[in-house]
Design a protein around this ligand. Sequence first.
Ligand code: NAD
Ligand code: 89V
Length: 346
Amino acid sequence: MTEPVRVAVVGCGFFARNHLFAWKDLAAHGADLVAVCDIDPAKAEAAAREFGVPHWYTDMDDLMSSERVDLLDIATRMDTHGLLVGKAVAAGIATIVQKPFAPDWDAAVAMKQSAEATGVFLAVHENFRFQTPLQRVRNVVAGGAIGVPTWGRISFRTGYDVYAGQPYFYDEERFIILDLGVHTLDMARVLMGEVEHVFCETQRRNPKVRAEDTATIMLRHVSGAVSVVDFSYESRKLPDTFPETLLEIEGPEGSVILEPGLQMRVTRGDETSTTDVGAPLLPWTERPWHVAQEGVLITCRHMLESFRAGEPAETSAEDNLKTFAVVEAAYESAHTRRAAKPRPVP
Ligand code: NAD
Ligand code: 89V
């Protein structure tokens, strides 16, 4: 019988509920949710009560000094990540931190380097690549069915009211590329390989929003492939496909297309087939978020298994910095109106 992994969740806000449900489900895989923390005592207490967690705190230092935690899951917003991750890593506690890794490159690099210097497990909860539909696409591409990808489009366009659950979006200094580009550009790396340079145009189409709410990015990959990654929270179309990532990846042998309703169409030579690759509903997930919610469970399971095996997560701090470098290159290109290269990860 392997020892349970003692997990604590810091941040009990809008999205953290999905982390809490996921860790409770992973009790069957050896996760033991021992504590939650939120600076808002009402949220911390409510989360502990709802999820049957024995202890709750309003200060992470108190949690770390009072509990024996093996794996800390930080589900706060990016402005707190540097401080909280720094504390956890200094305490030698393996840590997962929600996306965006940080508000800026330097803060993200500092966290990665602190974990590297101490040998502490540090991963970013970047869950789109773990979502069932996108895993199915990954399997097709990795299996070589279409050959090495040469062209792709990865698209997330919605008019769903994302602001209702995440009102802080209105005031971000840098918005949709940091919030959503971290997901879609990560998928571009996963499916098409590392990025050589990007050209990006941004738009602010909603007058109530301070920063960009739409981005259209063209990427040249190191392999020579070209992809277009586009995303907006200001699309007006029905049916709205939130939170589906739609895509088409082309190679010399064929293509894989993810269509609305999460129908995956694979063409190989002169044969084509369509499969429903939608995420299953779980007792605690609900439409339309269920695709993203199930992705949280799969991601947390991957983190648990990676930690237990003493291996870096797929979305380790180092890996996520490669995506973050593409995010920064997109902002640079949008500012200079010229192509920009992702900076190397130090
Ligand atoms: P939120 O503001 O609703 O919740 C954050 C919580 O953290 C709040 O309850 C706040 O009181 C608490 N908090 C702040 N500072 C703290 C501290 N020092 N110690 C303990 N608790 C503290 O935010 P949210 O919408 O839940 O987003 C949280 C993160 O999740 C964001 O980075 C967001 O980008 C990310 N997110 C990810 C996904 C996804 O994985 N697909 C989806 C939505 C949001
Ligand atoms: O998944 C996320 O990071 C959320 C979104 C609105 C894109 O679902 O912010």
